[in-house]
Design a protein around this ligand. Structure first.
Ligand SMILES: [Zn+2]
Length: 157
């Protein structure tokens, strides 16, 4: 037995591999309502702090400015916003949502603070600009996730 163990430790090497790791987690009370609204009525919901009136999309349970608990104070937003930052993803991996290169943007919905991180399509990576006006494009088929927003695309103005 000892000999076998020694043989194994001498033969140790690193073998690269991949594991598919399906998982799920609870989106949270407000996160769930947000996703259900996307799924069932294609509406973007935010929450409004009763104290400072800041609107958050994605919704949060507590105001980031004054820590007030935001409880069921929902507001409906439009489907437009502004690209406040972005990155161009060039790293290829099987779990990524699109073929590279693609744009991953931080979008601030009109009338809200905080940002949604989502795909931006309909513009070449070399032409994307911070400050671009964008709008939601809903997915044709629901996945009951944030990907019920398929992507954002520039608004022609
Ligand atoms: Zn507040």
């Amino acid at each position: 037995m000892k000999t076998v163990t020694n043989e194994i430790s001498k033969a140790c090497s690193v073998i690269p591999g991949k594991m598919a790791l399906p998982n799920q987690y609870f989106a949270g009370r407000v996160g769930s309502r947000f996703i259900i609204s996307l799924r069932d009525s294609k509406k973007i919901l935010g929450v409004k702090c009763p104290k400072c009136k800041t609107v958050y999309v994605p919704p949060m349970e507590c105001c980031q400015k004054d820590m007030t608990k935001i409880d069921e104070n929902w507001v409906e937003l439009g489907d437009t916003g502004v690209l406040v930052n972005y990155t161009v993803v060039n790293y290829r991996d099987a779990h990524l949502p699109r073929k590279t290169p693609y744009i991953l943007g931080m979008i601030q919905m009109d009338g809200a603070e905080a940002t949604l991180v989502h795909l931006v399509e309909g513009v070449d990576p070399q032409n994307v600009k911070i400050g671009m006006r964008v709008k939601v494009v809903f997915a044709g088929k629901t996945t009951n996730t944030i990907l019920d927003i398929d992507h954002f695309e520039p608004i022609e103005e």
